[in-house]
Structures are given as C-alpha cells and as structure tokens.
Design a protein around this ligand. Structure first.
Ligand code: CIZ
Ligand code: SF4
Length: 350
C-alpha cells in the first residue's frame, strides 16, 4: 500500500491518541487491520466495543451491522464511525424488518408464535436485533450458536433462526441432535414463507432463507478436489458454509476458532480453509512453516468488507483528528434499547 497513506494514517492515529479506539474484523485488508487496536470476529468485537469508555471515537473497520452493534454497546457519549457507509452485508440485507414482521404473523396464524423463540445471527440489522429483543430472544454468533440454541430451546419448543440458514441448520443438526426433517426453510419472498401451516407446526427449527454470498460459494466438489490433490490435508470451514460442505470437513468453527487451530497446528501440516480470503492469506503469511491454502479458488474476498481500504481509513482518522465526525453510525434510542436486550442476553449466555 501507498507509503504516504500509511504515514498519514499513522500520524492521524498518533494525533488522536486515546481519543480513538479502532476495532478491526478478521476479514479486513492487511493495510487496514494493522491500525486496529483490537482484532476479532463479530463476537469478540461486540465484547470489546465497550472496553474503552473514555475514547470519544470508535472507528469500526468491518461492516454496517457490526458498527450498529458497537453503537448500541458503547456509552452514549461515544461516537461510532464506519469508514465507508457502503460497507454493508448481503446476508444482513436478506432479512428486512417488514419481512420478519410478516413471518411472525404467519407463525401467529399457524398458532405457534407463543412456542417460538427468535434467535438472530449477529449478521443482521439493528432493527432485526430489536425485533428479537422485543420477542424475548437472543443474538448469537458463530462462536456461541450452540449455547444460544441451548438457551432458546430451554425457553420454547421452536426456534426461528435469522438470517443465515446454513449456520442455523449446521448448528441444529451437528450440535443439537436435530434432524434435517426437524428444519424448514422460510422464504420471505413467498406467501406464508412457502410453507403450509402444518409444516410450520411440525418444525422444531424454522430457518430464514438467507446466506452469506462468500461462504455460500464453497462446494462439496472443492472439498473432494483438495483431498485428492493434497494428501493428508485438513479441511477447516466456517459454519456459514452449506451443510454438505460442513459434512465433508474435518473441523468447523468461527474465525477465532480457525485462527487458534492454525496457530496450534504442527509444522508441516496442510490446511484447506473455507472462509474469507483476507483472513486465509494472512494466516498463510503468518505461518510459513504450515501449508495453509484456500479451499476454493472460485471464492474470493467479501466485497463489502473490502470497501474499507486505507484511503477510507485515512479519511476517517484525519477528519476525527480535525474534530469532525464523518460517517457516524447511530441507532435510534428505541431500536437500540430492544436490540441491547437481545445483545445483553447473548453476552450473558453461560
Ligand atoms: O461472515 C462473517 O461476517 C463473520 C464470520 C462474522 C463473524 O465474525 O462472526
Ligand atoms: Fe456478510 Fe458474508 Fe461478508 Fe460476512 S463475509 S460480511 S456474512 S457477506
């Protein structure tokens, strides 16, 4: 990256000192992540968001829903900045508030809303987290999905899982002992989700029809191909991958789990990793004694994560150093209050 920009980012961050706290998600570019005070997956970043209450500015290098959660979890006087407002998440966009309200009405019509505990993946808008908070549910991440489902099934017979069908299905079937037949997929683009009332009543897990455009592209063929090509390879994938991909893998886990696994792996071991490319490349560079490779060449960066680049970070830091807050993310108080209930429930999971 451009040395002049690196120097500008460094100088602006130094000028701000303790006034700024920079959070960086593992899928961010190297040129950005090097300026992060804390790096993590969405769970760790949610836990860390409130760690520096004396910093008036929090710069969130990640995507929109994460910056919203940071705004909800930080103190009222702290302002959260997203360096590029166009850094959204295609998965989060697959569940809108109106669609989820409509789904809940379908559950009411089927007579089961009282038995359903809504659980939303962190990768959802603040509106959806607030919906879940108002209906007594919780947020989860890929680090704690099993604990969140254990809690939800202690409260009700059924779960509505938003918006990632793959994380919901993989956790339900591989960690909760549910069968594929216990799960139905609610399609927000069809009347009644494309389901009969009987199907809704019989289901234990109602999966929203959403997915990650990055992880959803890994295939069973890519797993078979790498096993044929690299004898002894360990296949390690994120639970946002399709069920068939996860079934073909040796290990499944969140980005934090993936990082810890590679750090602990013996020298000379081979790893094919199914997650975002910035993270896999960084792991490969940091562990030259291990053969760390990407699971599928057809899958690539998360385009919205990549929108946060060094020029955007420089603009955020320099404007803050000049006393001007650009690209602030601010969740309205009413939404924040209910979303906070769902986030606090997650942070309190055993
Ligand atoms: O795919 C994502 O956006 C992930 C893995 C988020 C997170 O850190 O849980
Ligand atoms: Fe969203 Fe997938 Fe990108 Fe994560 S990797 S921010 S889930 S599109």
């Amino acid at each position: 990256s451009d040395p002049a920009l690196v120097e500008r980012a460094r100088a602006a961050k130094a000028a701000l000192g303790d006034q700024v706290f920079v959070l960086g998600h593992h899928y961010q570019r190297d040129e950005v992540i090097r300026f992060a005070d804390v790096t993590g997956d969405s769970f760790k970043l949610a836990q860390q968001a409130a760690a520096r209450p004396e910093a008036p500015y929090v710069v969130f290098c990640g995507v929109h829903f994460m910056a919203e959660s940071a705004d909800i979890l930080t103190a009222a006087h702290q302002q959260v900045v997203l360096p590029d407002l166009a850094a959204g998440c295609s998965m989060a966009d697959m569940a809108t508030f109106d669609q989820v309200e409509e789904c809940w009405e379908a559950l009411e019509d089927a007579g089961i809303a009282g038995d359903v505990v809504p659980v939303t993946y962190m990768n959802s808008s603040a509106d959806i987290k607030a919906f879940v908070g108002r209906h007594g549910g919780t947020v989860c991440t890929s680090s704690n999905a099993k604990r969140a489902l254990d809690w939800a099934y202690s409260k009700g017979e059924k779960v509505l899982f938003l918006p990632d069908q793959h994380l919901g299905r993989n956790t339900a079937v591989l960690e909760m002992g549910l069968s594929l037949d216990d799960c139905v997929v609610y399609n927000p683009h069809r009347p009644n989700g494309g389901l009969t009332q009987k199907e809704l009543r019989d289901a234990k897990m109602i999966l929203w029809r959403g997915h990650c455009s990055v992880h959803g592209r890994f295939t069973k063929e890519s797993v078979d191909e790498v096993r044929a090509r690299v004898p002894g390879v360990n296949v390690l994938v994120h639970p946002e991958c399709k069920h068939e991909v996860v079934l073909g893998a040796d290990l499944i886990g969140s980005t934090e789990y993936i990082i810890k696994t590679i750090e602990a792996a013996p020298s000379g071991s081979a790893w094919a990793i199914g997650t975002e490319l910035n993270l896999v490349r960084r792991l490969a560079n940091e562990h030259p004694d291990k053969n760390v490779m990407f699971l599928d060449k057809a899958v690539c960066f998360c385009s919205t994560m990549n929108r946060i680049d060094l020029p955007h970070l420089v603009r955020s830091l320099e404007s803050l150093a000049a006393g001007e807050v650009v690209n602030r993310i601010e969740v309205d108080a009413e939404t924040a209050r209910h979303a906070r209930a769902a986030l606090d429930q997650m942070l309190a999971l055993p």
